[in-house]
Design a protein. Structure first.
Length: 147
C-alpha cells in the first residue's frame, strides 16, 4: 500500500453524508462512511469536533499526530483517542486536518483548531463493536465512545 497525502479541507462541497451519531445509554456510536480511508479519518475528526465545539473560540492551535497500528480499526480508535486526550489536556478543539498521510502501518497528520473550552463529554473510544471495512468503492467504520 502506498501512502496517500491529502491536504486542506477535503470534506466541504462533496454533498455526501460522511458521519452520523447513534445514541446508546452511556455511549455514543459513531458510524462513518467515505469513498477512501483518508476521508474517513477526516470525517472522524469532523464528528468529534462537532461534539467538542461549544461555539467558543480561542487562540489558534496546531498539533502533529503520529500513530502506529497495522490494523485500521485500531488505528481509528487511536486517532479518536488522541484527539480526545488533546481536548482533555490542552483544551484543543480540532477544526480540520491540514495534512493526513496514511501508510500500511500508521498515520501522520497535522491538525488545526483552537484552544477553547470543550466539554469533557467523551472519556474514550471503546474497542467494543469497533469495526472498519471496505467494499464496493467505499470504506466504513463504527466506533463506540464512552461518555
Amino acid at each position: 500500500m502506498t501512502a496517500r497525502i491529502l491536504t486542506g479541507d477535503f470534506l466541504l462541497g462533496r454533498g455526501i453524508e460522511v458521519y452520523r451519531w447513534v445514541e446508546h445509554t452511556g455511549e455514543l456510536e459513531l458510524a462513518l462512511e467515505a469513498t477512501e480511508e483518508a476521508e474517513l479519518f477526516a470525517a472522524a475528526l469532523a464528528a468529534l469536533a462537532e461534539l467538542l465545539d461549544e461555539s467558543s473560540s480561542g487562540n489558534p492551535a496546531r498539533h502533529e499526530i503520529a500513530l502506529r497500528s497495522p490494523e485500521r480499526a485500531t488505528l481509528l480508535a487511536h486517532w479518536l483517542n488522541e484527539l480526545i486526550i488533546l481536548a482533555e489536556t490542552e483544551d484543543f478543539v480540532p477544526e480540520t486536518v491540514t495534512t493526513l498521510e496514511l501508510a500500511c502501518d500508521g498515520l501522520h497528520a497535522i491538525v488545526e483548531g483552537f484552544r477553547g473550552r470543550p466539554p469533557h463529554l467523551v472519556k474514550a473510544v471503546t474497542y467494543h463493536e469497533l469495526e472498519f471495512g471496505a467494499e464496493e468503492g467505499r470504506v466504513w467504520a463504527r466506533a463506540v465512545l464512552d461518555v
